[in-house]
Design a protein. Structure first.
Length: 670
């Protein structure tokens, strides 16, 4: 029986087969397939389940010390030029495959309940299967070229899923925004890949690093050119993993169904950028300047996301900006030369962030029963409150997620985030300080979400507030049936089971990365794990850990006093005292407005000017040519008499004219 690692190429194939079959069924037998929705969903879940089983087996093999496997074949060749394709399975790949298949499987189970009444149920499951297959293919790709192929497939699937409810203007616009912003990063990535191939004649990660190092040392590749190529490649992860300033698409992606929000934010699209930077660490580690840029971008991103999340009233957008902030932490780790810490935080974050997003979906599902199916109402925390008594499973798991992401021990987020902050403290103390402050902000806004949603009195029956929110969102009351449809209740088992399942790793998975005995580091980088164990000092670990917990506790306390005990009025203390700062954060640092003015309106203005040039200059030249031809034809037609004597006379006259011209131009003979 072959090892699971040897058949790892089947992991993305199974979901792909399911997606192709259901997709063809929708094209050829649309009505019949849509009427067999449960059969389709069970089939697709089973395909992903098979991939998950193989992924877990590959992870067990890697833990037991099996060698990494790489199998290649020649995809295209011309003389000495060849393009290899295939798959690679190493510890990093096995961890990512296990994560992606697990989260995808849970999201698909959850979607069975969440999307039960949606007319696009089968189409949604088809997109999910294709999305997961693309991400799995990206993970096992052995070189940059193959990664780019799956990279674009992931982008295409995200476009389809974010714009799943395409009849809503918000969803259609969000999908276009995600597509355009990612095209900016992907264009840079493509240029970087081609440039690195030109410099090294290889697409392989390690060979690229060796080739660039050799070329720079031999002065055949200028340092500035190498830095430029590294930065161009980094533009891809900047867009995919929502790093400043290409982060603007991710919060708007909340217009898609909540299950896909969980999948994008936890284990697929945004994880792809972090994963690629980890794969390229041998290259980036050659240039401290690039490492600094990566760390700087990550630091700005983590602070930006947290600061904007402080003022969000939309439950899903609050979580979305939280994701932006946590992705900044991961990128900070990459810039500090600690890819294992970044990947560890990616894994822990995937567990509790998927749980938080699925929990928000459970809340929205319940709110729709009361305030109607308008997202403006169902997702606004000002209409929530008191849900803990009605939704015990959702509230309990959401609380666990809040504690985990806040970095409170012994939950998972503490160990992974603290490892990143420790690396930043050594490499870039200024960046550590920003990350340290952000940790306090994270704890505050997460417990702000929890208290506004689950504690206090239920505010969803306030009709005046509903009307105010609808009018503020420029939605007329006639467009929305906002009458009560039912009462609050817990979600069905298909939605609560994934929440309970994800709560377990959110609590215990952090113990895999204890700084004095990190099983996670031992799996991904045994040499680094050995160095970390030998250099671990409790007296160095405790001050940073205590400071991190202290700042998080302050954030939780302020949130408790403001939104639960009602002893602090933040509107008076902050909003009224610093209205410009509050407006700056509420308007998301005005980045969307800047993009609208510079790029959207600017490109439209440029297009109009180009149209003017086209219509007046280009079309003018073409029209002038036509007029000249027409005019000359009209004039010459009078010489078409049909008489041979007239034609001979014209020829004779022409000859006399030529003789006269050349005669006057001939030199005088003396």
């Amino acid at each position: 029986m072959p090892q699971a690692s040897e058949i790892a190429w089947l992991i993305p194939v199974f979901p792909l087969i399911g997606a192709v079959l259901s997709g063809l069924g929708l094209i050829c037998l649309n009505k019949k397939i849509n009427n067999s929705r449960e059969i389709v969903s069970i089939s697709l879940i089973s395909f992903v389940g098979v991939s998950a089983v193989i992924s877990y087996k590959t992870l067990i093999e890697q833990i037991n010390g099996y060698q990494s496997i790489e199998k290649l074949f020649v995809w295209a060749s011309a003389g000495d030029f060849t393009i290899p394709m295939g798959f690679v399975l190493d510890p990093l790949g096995s961890v990512m495959l296990t994560l992606v298949t697990t989260i995808t499987l849970l999201v698909m189970i959850y979607s069975h309940g969440y999307m039960a009444h949606d007319k696009g149920y089968v189409r949604f499951f088809t997109y999910l299967a294709l999305f997961s297959s693309s991400m799995m293919g990206l993970i096992i790709s052995p070189n940059l070229l193959e990664i780019y192929v799956f990279w674009e497939l992931v982008g295409m699937c995200s476009y389809l899923l974010v714009g799943f409810w395409y009849d809503r203007d918000g969803a259609a616009n969000a999908a276009q925004k995600a597509f355009v912003v990612n095209r900016v990063g992907d264009f840079g990535l493509l240029l970087g890949i081609l440039g690195l191939f030109w410099a090294t004649k290889s697409f392989d990660f390690n060979e690229i690093a060796l080739g660039v190092s050799r070329s720079v040392s031999e002065n055949s590749l200028p340092v500035w050119a190498a830095l430029l190529l590294c930065f161009l490649v980094f533009l891809g992860p900047m867009a995919k993993s929502a790093q400043f300033p290409l982060h603007v698409w991710l919060p708007d992606a909340m217009e898609g169904p909540t299950p896909i929000s969980a999948l994008i934010h936890a284990a697929t699209m945004v994880a792809a950028g972090i994963f690629l930077v980890a794969r390229l660490q041998p290259l980036y580690s050659l240039f401290p300047t690039i490492q600094f840029i990566i760390a700087l971008v990550g630091t700005i991103t983590c602070f930006l996301g947290a600061s904007i999340a402080l003022t969000q009233m939309d439950l899903k957008k609050g979580l979305a900006y939280s994701t932006v902030s946590q992705l900044g932490y991961m990128m900070l780790a990459m810039g500090c030369g600690a890819p294992v810490a970044g990947i560890f935080h990616l894994v822990t974050h995937a567990c509790f962030k998927a749980m938080l997003f699925l929990g928000s979906g459970s809340v929205i599902h319940a709110m729709e029963e009361v305030v109607g199916h308008q997202p403006v109402l169902a997702q606004d925390m000002r209409l929530m409150g008191g849900l803990r008594k009605k939704m015990p499973f959702t509230s309990s798991t959401f609380l666990i997620g809040c504690v985990a992401i806040s970095g409170i021990p012994p939950l998972a987020g503490f160990w992974s985030k603290d490892e990143i902050l420790g690396s930043a403290f050594i490499s870039f103390p200024a960046f550590w300080f920003v990350g340290f402050l952000t940790a306090g902000m994270t704890a505050f806004y997460m417990f702000r979400l929890y208290f506004l949603t689950f504690e206090g009195d239920f505010r969803g029956e306030n009709k005046d507030l509903q009307k105010e929110l609808l009018l503020a969102s420029e939605i007329t009351l006639e467009e929305e049936d906002h009458e009560e449809h039912g009462s609050l209740h817990e979600s069905p088992w298909s939605m609560t089971f994934p929440l309970v399942f994800l709560a377990v790793p959110s609590v215990i998975i952090g113990f895999m990365g204890l700084p004095w005995d990190s099983k996670f580091s031992d799996l991904l980088d045994p040499e680094e794990a050995l160095i970390a164990i030998e250099s671990f000092e409790l007296k160095e670990f405790l001050p940073l850990a205590i400071a991190s917990v202290f700042i998080a506790s302050i954030g939780i306390t302020i949130a408790y006093q403001a939104y639960f005990a009602k002893k602090i009025n933040l509107s008076i203390l902050f909003s009224e005292r610093f209205p410009s700062v509050n407006k700056f954060l509420s308007n998301k640092w005005y980045l969307d407005d800047i993009n609208e003015k510079l790029f959207v309106k600017g490109s439209r203005k440029l297009a109009k000017e180009v149209l003017e040039v086209d219509s007046k200059v280009v079309d003018g030249v073409v029209n002038l040519t036509g007029l000249v031809t027409l005019g000359s034809g009209e004039g010459l037609k009078y010489f078409e008499t049909g008489k041979a004597q007239f034609y001979a006379l014209i020829v004779f006259g022409g000859v006399i004219l030529l003789v006269a011209i050349f005669g006057f131009q001939s030199p005088q003979v003396t």
